[in-house]
Design a protein around this ligand. Structure first.
Ligand code: AMP
Ligand code: TRP
Length: 334
């Protein structure tokens, strides 16, 4: 067994990464971030803003830097506690890139070529199908493996990447010995949150998000714009809560969704009432986080300090994992 803290820590290790896409939205929270916060108690939790990954789709330096800070600030406001969990920026630990290379050497090209996200990106950014994009999931596997993390809280859209990470780690272990645990995805009970269009995954790039930290008016407007049951045409038509994104979201913002659904089914309430209620409940739920966000925004340098300290604490773990890999892979002197 390795001397690595990853193996000697008594609490199981958790790792997750998030793209620097600016402030978090409701889908991030419900699908992943509430598990980040929950798992900082009872686990050895490490969370990362993956700015290297961002380079696969954007080359706007200012945007990456600004969005990294915003995402970190959002996570801290949502309750991520730097006393309990480590939060850091991926590019502050370049060992991730070296491990990517080591893992790439056991990863068949066919595995990465068939990754659904690669196919999707090839369609979405045909003018920029860069080599980093192809290696995206290998870097993701390295993010997790470098800390020998076991559990990975993510939304369902990451299931294929996690499966690939398991396969890559398994391939490496089969050749060089059992160094890395096979990581397991951890989902919430709302692993795929649909956006305001009621059809696609809530995502900033699709412009269908409900913000957490926006102006109250913005949040109300976003919720009021949500597509509901498309077969409920007239106010007097019975609603179908199973087919309505707003009704489904009520499950997550209160304990009385059954009563709300009954109101919809009997047409006692209309979609507008149900949306108005949802907006108010979201604002109540996130009131504390929004307040904390305002406070933290006024502390220049705070986020940078947290990210820097986080990366520093991880240095010995990352280096030790690489040392172990070098030894087993025949790199450097014995
Ligand atoms: P991203 O911003 O894509 O890096 O997402 C950060 C985390 O939020 C990842 O674990 C995603 O799987 C999760 N996530 C993002 N959008 C959604 C969504 N619409 N529903 C559920 N989870 C999501
Ligand atoms: N690909 C993930 C996303 O888009 C981000 C990510 C990078 C990640 N490295 C990771 C998630 C490691 C979990 C574990 O959301």
């Amino acid at each position: 067994m390795s001397q690595n803290t990853a193996a000697t820590a008594t609490r199981p290790r958790v790792f997750s990464g998030v793209q620097p896409s600016g402030l978090p939205h409701v889908g991030n929270w419900l699908g992943a971030f509430r598990n980040y916060v929950a798992m900082q108690d009872g686990y050895d939790a490490i969370y990362c803003i993956v700015d290297y990954h961002a380079l696969t789709s954007t080359h706007d330096a200012e945007r990456i830097r600004r969005n990294t800070t915003e995402m970190a600030l959002g996570l801290l406001a949502l309750g991520l506690d730097p006393e309990k969990a480590i939060l850091f920026r991926q590019s502050d630990r370049p060992e991730h890139l070296e491990l990517t290379w080591l893992l790439a050497s056991v990863t068949p090209v066919t595995w990465v070529e068939r990754t659904p996200s690669f196919k999707e990106k090839k369609r979405n950014q045909p003018e920029d199908v860069n080599f980093a994009l192809l290696s995206y999931p290998v870097l993701q596997a390295a993010d997790i493996a470098i800390y020998k993390a076991r559990y990975v809280p993510v939304g369902k859209d990451q299931a294929a990447h996690l499966e690939l990470a398991r396969e890559i780690v398994r391939a490496w272990n089969a050749r060089y010995g059992a160094v890395f645990p096979e990581p397991e995805a951890v989902f919430t009970d709302s692993p795929i949150v649909k956006g305001t269009d009621g059809a696609n995954k809530m995502s900033k790039s699709l412009g269908n998000v409900v913000e957490i930290f926006g102006e109250e008016e913005t949040i109300r407007r976003q919720v009021m714009s949500m597509v509901t049951d498309t077969e409920r045409i007239r106010r007097t038509d019975p609603g179908r809560p199973q087919a309505c994104n707003v009704c489904q979201l009520h499950r997550q913002f209160g304990t009385d969704h059954e009563a709300i659904w009954e109101g919809e089914r009997s047409a006692a309430t209309g979609c507008v009432d149900t949306k108005r209620l949802l907006a108010e409940r979201m604002l109540t739920t996130f009131a504390e986080a929004r307040e904390r966000h305002r406070e933290l925004s006024e502390r220049p340098g705070y986020v940078e300090e947290i990210l820097r300290a986080g990366a520093e604490r991880l240095a010995p773990i990352a280096r030790e994992t690489l040392r172990e890999c070098h030894e087993r892979m025949g790199l450097g002197p014995r």
